[in-house]
Ligand binder design. Structure first.
Ligand code: FES
Length: 176
């Protein structure tokens, strides 16, 4: 079990009606309740922004899955955020194809532009930067995701445009 959960008297929070509704819907797709664990964590994250210990315990109790088992699922699946994140999470691929095409330089550029390192969030809460393994678009490396959008063939110029559009709330339209 997560040390924090194990060592303190953290209580499960109440799942919201929306969360329960969506979890129940997911249950219809799986033969065993246990298999719904990951989907339930994703649903909680969609509504709460991240998965707190209280949320993890709530899912654990609701689906009758041991907290440590669920924690294992959350740890294995690196798109489940167990700490608060910014409004926009930049998932920068650092696997082989992206590495060969310069993701380290792009990471440095993002860090310099936003003033954050991997795992950190900007002071205004707008961006969090996280490294992720292959995003499945290696032929268009380097690649990153922000929200549901995947950005390919990245360059520092493209990243500047993406960040600028997100900052001013306008749809991301790239020059190239
Ligand atoms: S290695 Fe980056 S998308 Fe596959």
């Amino acid at each position: 079990m997560n040390n924090l959960i194990a060592s303190t008297a953290i209580k499960a929070r109440q799942l919201t009606e929306e969360e329960i509704h969506e979890i129940e819907h997911e249950k219809t797709h799986y033969p065993y309740t246990q298999a719904v664990g990951l989907e339930a964590l994703k649903i909680v994250q969609k509504y709460q922004g991240w998965v707190s210990d209280e949320s993890l315990l709530a899912v654990s109790e609701y689906l009758d899955i041991a907290p440590d088992e669920l924690e294992g699922v959350a740890t294995f699946f690196n798109m489940i955020f167990r700490r608060p994140v910014g409004k926009n999470v930049i998932l920068l691929c650092d696997s082989v194809a992206c590495w060969m095409l310069g993701c380290d330089n792009l990471k440095q550029h993002i860090s310099n532009t936003l003033g954050i390192d991997y795992g950190e969030t900007t002071k205004d809460g707008l961006f969090t930067l996280i490294p992720v393994p292959c995003l499945g678009a290696c032929d268009k490396a380097p690649v990153m995701m922000v929200g549901r959008e995947t950005y390919t063939n990245l360059s520092t110029n493209k990243i500047d445009q993406i960040i600028a559009h997100i900052r001013d709330g306008s749809p991301v339209e790239l020059d190239n």
